[in-house]
Design a protein around this ligand. Structure first.
Ligand code: KIV
Ligand code: NA
Length: 264
């Protein structure tokens, strides 16, 4: 086995093959997803919410994401590991973006990074690509800009569609290898997908993109609230709560540990 590379991702688009991406933040779940054949794993800044308990992605730092990225990279053999550049770690300058990406790659073992924004981050994308860093873009609902967007809402409706398409084209021109489209009308995502040579990865963007991504705790039923675009494929919160209650009951009653789980 060898790792999936950005070349494999480019080939998949040429062949018209759709592929799944999931987030991952720790060794055991990353290993499960890797062995299940998920080709791309994202150490998202959504860790701010699902790992660290913040109510937006804004507080998370490169220091927070490095150890999570390292755990995911160590636990996987096949998946391409992409790490998010957190808010404030790349906007100031291309040099800042390169410093942050270098940490996620050298200390974290990421093979690519993702950043939010279109035309305004083109200089950062160009500098990273020139330095040999594969870059994934992210357009539409960009959670690091939640205070500018005025909440977590659908983007790219009406007049805004042309701007989103221009941003996507600029990311491709600057050298990005793929672009996430979050919470945009399906019709717009399909149009962007047709007009770009690089793959689009949808989340709340309909079925017309080249790939899909979900936050794993959302799709596995661990997150308490999920957006309309999330489909839950398991009910981990219920499963874990049942396990915790059974364990607690058996400790209180004395049923656990029994001789089978004890040393003589
Ligand atoms: O941080 C994240 O999990 C993401 C995905 C939802 C695309 O950016
Ligand atoms: Na993110």
């Amino acid at each position: 086995t060898r790792r999936v590379t950005v070349r494999d991702i480019a080939l998949a688009k040429e062949r018209g093959e759709r592929w799944p991406m999931l987030t991952a933040y720790d060794a055991l779940t990353a290993r499960v997803f890797d062995e299940a054949g998920i080709p791309v794993l994202l150490v998202g800044d959504s860790a701010a919410m699902v790992v660290y308990g913040h109510d937006s992605t804004i507080p998370v730092t490169v220091d927070d994401l490095v150890p999570l990225t390292a755990a995911v990279a160590r636990a996987t053999r096949r998946a391409l590991v992409v790490a998010d550049l957190p808010f404030g770690s790349y906007q100031a300058s291309p040099a800042q973006a390169l410093d942050s990406a270098a940490r996620l790659m050298k200390e974290g073992g990421a093979q690519a990074v993702k950043l939010e924004g279109g035309r305004r981050v083109a200089p950062q994308v160009e500098a990273l690509v020139a330095a040999g860093v594969p870059v994934m873009g992210h357009l539409g609902l960009t959670p690091q800009s939640v205070h500018t967007l005025g909440g977590y809402r659908v983007q790219g409706r009406g007049e805004a569609a042309a701007g989103l398409l221009a941003d996507a084209k600029e990311l491709e021109r600057a050298g990005a290898f793929s672009v996430v489209l979050e919470c945009v009308p399906a019709e717009l995502a399909t149009r962007v997908t047709a007009e770009l040579g690089i793959p689009t990865i949808g989340i709340g963007a309909g079925s017309g993109t080249d790939a899909q991504v979900l936050v794993w705790q959302d799709m596995a039923g661990l997150s308490p609230r999920v957006a309309k675009f999330v489909k839950t494929y398991a009910n981990l919160a219920d499963t874990l709560a049942d396990a915790a209650r059974s364990y607690a009951e058996e400790v209180v009653s004395g049923a656990f540990p029994d001789p089978e789980h004890s040393y003589s």
